[in-house]
Design a protein around this ligand. Structure first.
Ligand code: PHE
Length: 338
């Protein structure tokens, strides 16, 4: 009976010795010490051993069990260490390899230029207001001295929602909305989206404008000129010249279109400025007394100026971009340049 245990011990020792993988060792663990294993079986049948032999037999059985257990543990450890070594060798991380580059992205050029323009005017004491993009015909036209049959309405191809509601064609309606709810002095800029049913290299159905206006007693055209000069010099450089050209808007009187000396040829004449040396940048004028009346102001008491510019247009002039549609195509090759 004891011999049986001795030969189990020898066999197990032999087998564990010869095993050449962790899996084999684990299989041997099951074979000897598992639920249905050889040693486990002997322990279970200990009760069948005669009482006089049980003591010696049990003791040896315990020794054999501990012996096998030790061998298994040692062997498992060896194989695990070898395996770890192997992974460390094959999966070594080279900390000197350059990392993956994740492009950080940046603000859209329209937003960049808008932010820059807003900064210039806020530094002059203007504050930012907004108005609705879906606007009443009243604010978009009527209150700006453009009654229903006014020919100037044709200048702006309007998207009508209903007879009385439009997508605003310019940011000028914000002038009236702000004046109606505030008393002078006012120094306001109103940036935002505007809509016109129009599309070619210089026109798109939705673009951005920035309206600016100042209302107080004794505001004159020279205030307008001073403010615009600061703006142009900050955005285009101090060597950029300004020119006021007589023009017409129903909501300003007198009205002007403002040109800047060509940013490409500096006034010498080139294809961008069509050899004139000048580029048109914005519309402006002294607020028409009729608009003051519509807003509930006394035109005898107050004067003011207003101007409006296209943000994309400013960006195009600033960066020499010749197609406005580029701003909305989301072509990374274009956007990455800003
Ligand atoms: N609203 C005009 C336009 O969209 C621009 C403008 C604004 C002109 C304010 C004069 C005064 O063309």
């Amino acid at each position: 009976m004891l011999n049986d245990l001795h030969s189990i011990k020898d066999l197990a020792g032999d087998e564990i010795e010869k095993s050449d993988s962790l899996r084999q060792v684990q299989e041997l663990r099951i074979k000897y010490l598992g639920k249905k294993g050889i040693i486990t079986g002997r322990i279970k049948s200990l009760g069948a051993v005669s009482p006089e032999d049980r003591r010696n037999y049990g003791q040896l059985l315990n020794e054999v069990k501990t012996y096998i257990e030790d061998l298994l543990c040692r062997s498992e450890k060896t194989f695990k260490a070898a395996e770890l070594n192997r992974t460390l060798q094959t999966q070594r991380i080279d900390v000197t390899l350059p990392g993956y580059f994740i492009p950080p992205g940046h603000l859209h050029p329209t937003t960049q230029v808008l932010d820059e323009i807003v900064d210039v005017f806020t530094s002059l004491g203007f504050h930012v207001e907004e108005g609705p993009e879906v606007e009443l015909d009243f604010y978009n036209f009527e209150a700006l001295n453009m009654p229903k049959d006014h020919p100037a309405r044709d200048m702006q191809d309007t998207f009508y929602i209903t007879d009385d509601v439009v997508l605003r064609t310019h940011t000028s309606p914000v002038q009236v909305r702000i004046m109606k709810n505030n008393t002078p002095p006012l120094r306001v800029i109103a940036p935002g989206k505007v809509y016109r049913c129009d599309a070619d290299v210089t026109h798109i159905p939705m673009f951005h404008q920035l309206e600016g206006f100042m209302v107080d007693k004794h505001i004159t055209m020279s205030d307008l000129k001073g403010v615009l000069e600061v703006f142009i010099h900050k955005v285009f450089g101090t060597d950029t010249k300004l020119r006021f050209r007589p023009s017409f808007f129903p909501f300003t009187e007198p009205s002007a279109e403002i040109d800047i000396s060509c940013v490409i040829c500096r006034g010498a004449g080139c294809s961008v400025c069509k050899n004139t040396g000048w580029l048109e940048i914005l519309g402006a004028g002294m607020i028409n007394p009729r608009v003051f009346e519509m807003a509930g102001y006394d035109p005898e008491q107050y004067t003011g100026f207003a101007f409006g510019m296209g943000i994309e247009r400013v960006a195009m002039l600033k960066y020499g971009i010749d197609d406005i549609r580029l701003f909305y195509e989301n072509d990374k090759r274009f956007l990455e340049q800003f």
